[in-house]
Design a protein around this ligand. Structure first.
Ligand code: ADP
Ligand code: MG
Length: 724
């Protein structure tokens, strides 16, 4: 045939591909890139990679665009190899001095990278053959990873990029490069950060539409936020740090909006619920018990009682958190609420996290309440089976008005005749399901949760936005602030002398340790060794007890009881005593390795002392090396006894995850937003939400769209915060 080359005839398809590579790409991939295009058809992906991406939740283009980098390589801030420290995450730039496969327990590929200040080994255990072909002596690479130590400094599986000589200038001009979350599987499929970056580059160059922005333009302008599309571009392609931050802020705003939407929705659902039970005006029993207290309620307590009672009288169930510093007297407020419930022929359940605490509440109150004809019960796991049965039966029959107890209350064999109020003491010590289980034993009962770790305002708006909050901001009169100091461990002998002195004056002491027993991993003091040693030396001749998480509950409670009743002088313990006993004779607490504890926890521990008339002292003993943050924390801890300030600072230092139970709340994970730092965004998104909710049925189209969008997204989730 004329015009046909022999080559074409032989291998038509190869010829075609070879000659028109750009055309091929254009027709089969490029023109089609839309937000809902499956990733499989994006250039360079194909079915295998697509399957890998899909297993990481990435199915279409939109998913990938919303896949956020976990960090950025700031090439303007490269660390000289000679200055690297173990555990440091860093970017280094150097020249390949040597490379090769090493055979040991595991085959590994090592590259020795040198920048003149020092050398470091880059190590790969996988893809050895791939790496073998990659490196040549004298090439320049940028590597980012975490420094570990194994016969010298090394980085395992660093993020790597070859740098041509002439790109140096660009690097130092401050290019910022996104690093995406990595898994071994992604890596293996060639979808490391570089691979993902290649994809996003291609997508942005060829995307034929923009991400729909549900936020009305008026709002983003008002808050000075980027449009969604712009934000996403900045996130994947920042020209500088500022762009990363503008992108992040916009996404953070969206996250906070959805997050709070869930919470607000749950709140308005609760508000629409009607409870079956009702309350009459507070009666004579309450008056009598209050008069018999032996003290006047503080102004904070009075206000809390007023707020709770008013809430109980509403037709919807109460969802209220009572917060107040350790020792401010939350128990009496809760008991008065329970009594009000009992006056109305309803039952109250009062759940505490430890046996000793439940028992203490029960013992403190049962007689006083019996005097006005209100019956209390106590249910804990350590009761004999027959007793448990009896109590459960009395509760089911309505003979018990107020049932105190531990986790034992949530078991199936426990039921109530007419549960009106659920009280949860030290709520953060319970899991979501545990709180929910107790709540479910009533028909829309009222709920009061208590916490001694005050909730910073940002969290009150977000995480706890569906709870009403009562705050006790007063301490009972006559409390002396606890004298708090921190010392290094070299003066420990003096600390022991001080303890002995206090005991001689009639006081008692706690000594707190971070570990139960010696650990191979960390070199920290442990309570078992210390107990053995000090009982024979510094504390010889004194009555010393020990409790920790592995001491059986019954034995532990017995020791705590003996300490409370003054039968022990010194209690050596782990943080199991963080909540619990109220022992006014305890005047000293020593915390070993205080540099290891979070601020809120230190403060909780401190709350165990200073409950009596005498001056109490806390000595925080820090062990070298003490990090700057540790030092900062200790200085802060000794400077204030204000629980609110402490929890704000703690939130800032540690983030909300652990402390405030964000992880277990069922709320979406925040990837861009930060609950401690994005205060302005929280306030702004909250304000927008309140507007959305208050005029839910009369919104402008744009706002109605936003509402619908949030509502759709929210429907897929269940939320757990307070209990119900
Ligand atoms: P927390 O808020 O930490 O749970 P508690 O309820 O255990 O505090 O109260 C601590 C102590 O203060 C208890 O011994 C309690 O009897 C006492 N107390 C509570 N309110 C007052 C008050 N208004 N005046 C004096 N003592 C009080
Ligand atoms: Mg308490």
């Amino acid at each position: 045939m004329p015009g046909w080359s022999r080559r074409y005839c032989r291998t038509p398809s190869r010829h075609f591909v070879f000659d028109f590579p750009a055309r091929i790409k254009q027709t089969s991939y490029v023109a089609e890139i839309r937000l809902n295009s499956p990733l499989q058809y994006i250039k360079g992906v194909g079915p295998k990679k697509a399957a890998t991406l899909s297993r990481h939740g990435l199915n279409d283009v939109r998913d990938l665009l919303l896949y956020l980098p976990r960090q950025y390589l700031d090439r303007t801030n490269v660390v000289p190899i000679g200055q690297l420290k173990v555990d440091q995450s860093a970017t280094i730039i150097g020249e390949v001095k040597a490379h090769g496969t090493l055979y040991g327990k595991r085959r590994r590929y090592e590259v020795l990278l040198d920048d003149g200040t020092g050398a470091i080994a880059l190590v790969w255990f996988q893809g050895v053959r791939y790496w073998e072909r990659l490196f040549k002596k004298g090439q320049k690479f940028a590597a980012t990873g975490t420094v570990t130590s194994f016969m010298g400094a090394q980085m395992i599986h660093p993020d790597l990029e070859r740098l041509e000589d002439d790109s140096d200038r660009m690097i130092h001009a401050g290019r910022i490069i996104p690093v995406y979350p990595q898994t071994a599987e992604l890596n293996k499929a060639g979808l490391n950060s570089k691979g993902i970056r290649r994809l996003t580059t291609f997508i942005f160059e060829n995307l034929s539409e923009k991400l729909t922005d549900y936020l009305p333009g008026k709002e983003s302008q008002k808050q000075g936020l980027a449009s969604l599309h712009e934000a996403i571009e900045h996130i994947h392609y920042p020209e500088n740090r500022e762009q990363v931050e503008t992108g992040r802020r916009r996404l953070a705003f969206d996250e906070l909006l959805s997050f709070q939407f869930l919470v607000q929705r749950s709140k308005s659902q609760k508000e629409e619920t009607k409870k079956k039970h009702r309350y009459d005006k507070p009666g004579e029993k309450l008056t009598r018990v209050k008069e018999g207290l032996g003290f006047d309620l503080t102004s904070g307590q009075k206000r809390a009682v007023r707020e709770i009672f008013a809430d109980l009288q509403l037709s919807r169930p109460m969802s209220r958190m009572l917060q107040g510093d350790v020792g401010c007297g939350k128990t009496v407020v809760a008991v008065l609420a329970a009594l009000y419930v009992a006056e109305n022929n309803l039952q109250a359940a009062f759940m505490a996290p430890t046996e000793i605490l439940a028992e203490q509440h029960f013992r403190n109150w049962k007689d006083r309440l019996a005097e006005v004809g209100v019956a209390c019960g106590l249910l804990t796991s350590s009761l004999k089976a027959a007793d448990k049965k009896r109590i459960a039966a009395q509760c089911a029959d309505g003979e018990i008005d107020i049932l105190f107890g531990t986790h034992a209350l949530i078991y199936d064999y426990v039921s109530f005749m007419n549960l009106g109020l659920v009280i949860i003491d030290e709520q953060h010590r319970f899991g979501v399901e545990q709180r929910g289980k107790l709540y479910a034993k009533g028909d829309n009962p009222d709920l009061l949760v208590m916490t001694a770790t005050p909730i910073p305002r940002t969290l009150a708006l977000t995480l706890y936005g569906d709870l009403n909050i009562s705050t006790i901001d007063t301490l009972p009169p006559g409390r002396k602030p606890i004298r708090t100091v921190w010392r290094t461990d070299d003066i420990r002998a003096k600390v022991y002398e001080f303890i002995v002195e206090e005991i001689t004056k009639g006081g008692q002491a706690y000594v707190i340790y971070p570990l139960i027993e010696k650990s191979e991993q960390v070199e920290l003091e442990n309570v078992e060794d210390a107990f053995r040693e000090l009982s024979a030396t510094a504390f010889a001749g004194y009555r010393v007890g020990m409790v920790h998480g592995r001491v059986k509950a019954a034995e532990r409670d017995e020791i705590l009881r003996r300490f409370r009743d003054g039968e022990l002088d010194i209690l050596m313990a782990t943080t199991v005593i963080e909540v619990g006993i109220d022992n006014p004779r305890a005047t000293v607490m020593v915390i070993e390795h205080a540099e290891r504890f979070g601020l809120a926890q230190l403060h909780q521990l401190r709350g165990r002392i200073g409950r009596g008339e005498k001056q109490a002292t806390l000595v925080a003993v820090a062990h070298n090396p003490i990090s700057d943050i540790g030092r900062q924390r200790l200085n802060y801890f000794t400077s204030t006894t204000d629980g609110f300030k402490i929890s704000e600072a703690d939130l800032e230092l540690r983030g909300p995850g652990e402390i405030f139970g964000v992880r277990q709340s069922g709320l979406p994970e925040l990837r861009a937003a930060n609950l401690s730092r994005d205060r302005d965004l929280i306030e702004a998104s909250h304000e927008l939400l309140v507007r959305l909710f208050s005029r839910q049925y009369g919104l402008d189209t744009e706002y109605q769209k936003l509402y619908n969008y949030l509502d759709n997204a929210a429907s897929a989730r269940t939320l757990y915060t307070g209990g119900g």
